[in-house]
Design a protein around this ligand. Structure first.
Ligand SMILES: [Zn+2]
Length: 324
């Protein structure tokens, strides 16, 4: 490890040790108790290269001790206790999360809302594009399609981010050309890491621990779509999930947290609550999202280390991220 990197990790370790001491002294838990707001946490994958299970275990242990846990659909329910409240959410419905997350929810008595897709796609397009580009780089050295290009591993993410901002017709062209020109033959581990739950697997989740919400049909970036298609993605997600599950679907999470006025109006018409990410806060839109209220609720990304969780929540509340 180069000396400056070593110094950096020493600083990070020292910070973590300091936080551990503060936590043992009861700070920031005491401060959190003073806020009456509800905080929504956002997680994606657990295990593999994502958040380790033992981290989630410790984060849930903290939440179970100090927060009242509620489903996303219950966010405006009157409070039953003086405790702060937390809504734990997982986006995308990764199949491998089932084995990891559900037993932890049960062990700690935590409720979670999974925002899922109703089975039109076996995995997210972003992951497929990343894998195709990786394979393309391996065989061709670089990939250029319709003005977008990647010639090295770090450029893969930039390619995917650029695709998110393309108008839908151009997006479809780029995706189609990637699929037509680069073979797709990922190892078994790739399927394990990225497969989404099937409708049967969604139905089998324990309803007392897991509530299901909509997350569109294809995980397209909503503001990039023509209005009619956007409506179909938002509303269709609810209709299809309700038909598959036989129970109401009351909440929605915008793919990538991205929404525009049209998405917001459709979500308002068809869902009790809709959730974004903390991107809106980072962009200085805290005030704006508060005015949009229950259909643009901010979510804090669950931190990588459990010691950071209470501090991250406190900071999030102070920045205006909580649901008041
Ligand atoms: Zn998502």
């Amino acid at each position: 490890m180069p000396p400056n990197q070593r110094a950096l990790s020493m600083v990070a370790l020292a910070k973590r040790a300091f936080k551990t001491v503060l936590l043992k002294l009861g700070y920031p838990t005491r401060q959190l108790r003073r806020f009456g707001d509800t905080v929504v946490l956002l997680y994606h994958g657990v295990g593999e290269d994502d958040l380790p299970e033992r981290e989630l275990d410790r984060q849930f242990a903290y939440l179970a001790r100090h927060f009242e846990s509620i489903f996303a659909s219950e966010i405006d329910r009157p409070k039953r206790s003086g405790q702060p409240r937390v809504v734990v959410t997982f986006d995308d419905g990764l199949r491998r999360n089932n084995a990891a997350v559900v037993p932890l929810l049960r062990r700690h008595g935590i409720k979670a809302t999974f925002f899922v897709l109703p089975g039109h796609v076996p995995w997210l397009w972003t992951e497929e594009v990343r894998e195709r580009l990786r394979q393309g780089l391996g065989t061709q050295g670089s990939v250029t399609i319709d003005g977008l290009s990647a010639a090295s591993e770090p450029e893969i993410d930039r390619f995917v981010e650029a695709m998110k901002r393309l108008p839908h017709d151009r997006f479809t062209r780029v995706l189609g050309q990637l699929q037509a020109t680069i073979a797709f033959d990922p190892p078994a581990a790739w399927y394990h890491a990225h497969a989404l739950m099937s409708p049967a697997e969604l139905r089998a989740l324990p309803a007392e621990l897991v509530e299901l919400g909509g997350h569109s049909l294809h995980h397209f970036i909503l503001p990039s779509l023509p209005a009619a298609l956007q409506t179909e993605e938002i509303l269709g997600s609810r209709r299809e999930l309700e038909a598959q599950l036989g129970r109401p679907v009351l909440t929605f999470s915008y793919p990538n947290g991205d929404f525009d006025e049209h998405s917001l109006s459709i979500a308002k018409a068809h869902y009790r609550f809709a959730f974004s990410t903390e991107t809106a806060l980072q962009a200085g839109r805290a005030q704006a999202t508060r005015e949009l209220g229950r259909h643009a609720i901010n979510r804090l990304h669950g931190p990588e280390h459990h010691v950071d969780l209470p501090f991250a929540i406190l900071k999030f509340i102070k920045r205006g991220g909580a649901f008041a």
